[in-house]
Design a protein around this ligand. Structure first.
Ligand code: ZN
Length: 236
């Protein structure tokens, strides 16, 4: 059984020279409630110290994308925040009505991790209401999160069971591209811990096999994103 009606994929930023998309997702439930997954880049993306930002192709941001299918920020009841990197948590405070769903370990780690300083004005906003999760959790029938540390402590990936398509896995940054879906993978400079990264990759591989996933959506895979349906199209 699933309470999930639709899954929308939206690209809210793109770096052409690296073929890297920046993305968010919207899950619509049968009862009309909306679950947003991540919020993409902020208005002005601040590169980490010492890093030169490559050129971004202008894209509609998450608020504009949602508006194009008639959804206002106040229509978002739940916001799954996978982790607090700037390309995922740039616009949290546009969704003040939502309940924010985060892994407790991530939230606690972020308090004193300089990596998440850049988005602290977003996730430490006292107006936002956070629900802390302790590991893998079913949020609704057909909508689950799994803890996938390695890219960041308490990073989470999302499992969406759709009525027609079947199981869709949103790996987010646990497996950013198809070619990283291997156990002998390397750390990237943006990752936190290789051992956890490999454990999370194995965890995702196990779900793919055990539950016969219909689609695995990688977090930043430009080649794959070119082939996927994007808002206003959807998966059901
Ligand atoms: Zn990312």
């Amino acid at each position: 059984m699933t309470d999930v009606k639709r899954l929308y994929l939206m690209q809210v930023g793109y770096i052409a020279e690296r073929n890297t998309p920046f993305v968010c997702y919207l899950v619509q439930l049968n009862d009309g409630r909306n679950v947003l997954i991540d919020t993409g880049l902020p208005d002005v993306a601040q590169p980490p110290p010492g890093v030169t930002m490559p050129t971004m192709t202008p894209s509609k941001n998450v608020v504009e994308q949602l508006a194009s299918i008639g959804i206002q920020p106040s229509d978002i009841q739940f916001l799954i925040t996978t982790h607090f990197d700037g390309d995922h948590a740039g616009r949290l405070d546009a969704f003040k009505n939502a309940e924010f769903i985060v892994q407790r370990t991530h939230f606690e780690n972020a308090q004193h991790n300089p990596r998440f300083e850049r988005t602290k004005n977003q996730w430490s906003n006292p107006d936002l209401h956070f629900r802390m999760l302790d590991g893998d959790t079913e949020l609704f029938p057909g909508l689950r999160v799994i803890e996938t540390s390695g890219h960041a402590k308490g990073h989470q990936s999302v499992l969406v069971t759709l009525p027609n398509t079947g199981l869709v896995i949103l790996t987010i940054d646990a497996v950013p591209t198809q070619d990283a879906l291997v156990l002998d993978r390397q750390m990237r400079p943006v990752d936190d811990n290789l051992e956890e990264l490999i454990a999370s990759t194995r965890k995702i591989m196990d779900v793919i096999e055990r539950e016969h996933a219909a689609l695995v959506v990688f977090g930043h895979d430009g080649n794959q994103w070119a082939t996927l349906k994007k808002l206003p199209e959807f998966y059901d």
